[in-house]
Design a binder for this molecule. Structure first.
Ligand SMILES: *Cc1c(COP(=O)(O)O)cnc(C)c1O
Length: 360
């Protein structure tokens, strides 16, 4: 068996330790004689799994008691609809569009009410985060929406927007648990877990309790009401049980590593290594404004599409996989999530140095 360094943006690398543990428990989960995949979601063993997962996540993120944690399905994309259906009481919401995912969320919200694009960085192919200190927030906005880390473009909000008292809703799919956050600054934090936490199929929604009501848009399906899932502790119907189990293991791994401040330090160290090299390289360049650089997703180019393709191909042969940029941007992108070890980024930078020498 040999494992590669996997720089995929998602589904993405998971901690090897977690995968080994899951493998050991595959046929007989702790004396139950069955796999977690084969187990009733109403069983005692599974109840412990989902309750511990929630408790560990609450501890890691320091989530206050007046927030619910929901483990749902449908990916991050389903939230693009669930958010307006549940939160647009006045049918108005403000969107800050900093990439494809925010744009998709905005377009979806337009189906349900008046979604206002109050800021955008599309003019420069989403290579920066606009100044959000004094935006024209709508008087009657039900919420202000951001995508906090832009997976495709590699930018991140280093400061949250000034929402002028309105509820902040954030898609944190690609920066979930990468650093400490102050949950009280948000009404809703959500993300698909397949970027930085676990296997595809689970989306985690952390939502302030007062935002969970029966007052939703007419016609909202039962399955798409936050209240349905909050009232049933994420067990209204069969949840993505195996995925939640793996997420739980990742939470325990994060706790063992020292929690989110330690992850932040590690992530900063990894990102610095790569960005410092990009800044001094004569062949490769980063593609976004330095002040807005993501710690998780690092896009870069040589400026020559043939050379980019050669790089991706030769990197793969060297055990550095999934470095091709998103189809809408081209070039390369290294996603260096929590589970990517420092040695992976070191190997990447060494390979880039060698490639530069050979191709300049
Ligand atoms: C990947 C991604 C999504 C889409 O996630 P799905 O689970 O595939 O729907 C949405 N937002 C961000 C920031 C992402 O990185």
């Amino acid at each position: 068996m040999s494992r590669v360094y996997n720089f995929s943006a998602g589904p993405a690398v998971l901690p090897e330790e977690v995968l080994r543990e899951a493998a050991e428990e595959m046929l007989d989960y702790r004396g139950t004689g069955m796999s977690v995949m084969e187990m009733s979601h109403r069983s005692k063993a599974y109840d412990t799994i989902i309750k511990e997962a929630e408790a560990d996540l609450r501890e890691l993120m320091n989530i206050p008691d007046n927030y619910k944690v929901l483990f749902l399905q449908g990916g991050a994309s389903q939230q693009f609809a669930m958010i307006p259906m549940n939160l647009m009481k006045h049918k108005v919401a403000d969107y800050i569009v900093t990439g494809q995912w925010a744009k998709k969320a905005y377009q979806e919200a337009c189906l349900y009410g008046k979604a206002n694009k109050i800021a955008s960085s599309e003019d420069k192919t989403f290579s920066y985060i606009p100044d959000c200190s004094d935006l024209p927030i709508s008087e009657d906005a039900d919420y202000v929406y951001i995508c906090e880390n832009n997976t495709i473009y590699g930018t991140k909000f280093k400061e949250l927007p000034n929402t002028k008292g309105k509820t902040l809703v954030a898609d944190v799919s690609s920066c979930f648990l990468s650093e400490p956050v102050d949950v009280t600054k948000y009404g809703v934090i959500y993300g698909g877990v397949q970027k930085n936490i676990g296997p595809a199929g689970v989306v985690i929604v952390i939502i302030r309790e007062d935002l969970i009501t029966e007052d939703v848009l007419p016609g909202t399906p039962t399955m798409l009401k936050y209240k349905t899932h909050a009232d049933a502790d994420s067990l209204y119907n069969t949840p993505p049980a195996y995925g939640i189990y793996i997420c739980g293991k990742v939470f325990k791994w994060l706790k063992k590593m020292g929690g989110l401040s330690v992850m932040k330090e590690r992530n900063e160290e990894k990102a610095k290594l790569l960005y410092d090299f990009l800044d001094e390289s004569r062949l490769f360049q980063g593609t976004v404004e330095k002040k807005d650089r993501s710690l998780m997703n690092v896009p870069f180019v040589t400026g020559d599409t043939d050379l980019d393709a050669k790089f991706v191909k030769e990197a793969k042969e060297a055990g550095l996989e999934n470095l091709k940029g998103h189809r809408s941007v081209g070039g390369m992108r290294a996603s260096i999530y929590n589970a990517m070890p420092l040695s992976g980024v070191q190997a990447l930078v060494e390979f880039m140095k060698k490639f530069e020498k050979e191709n300049l």
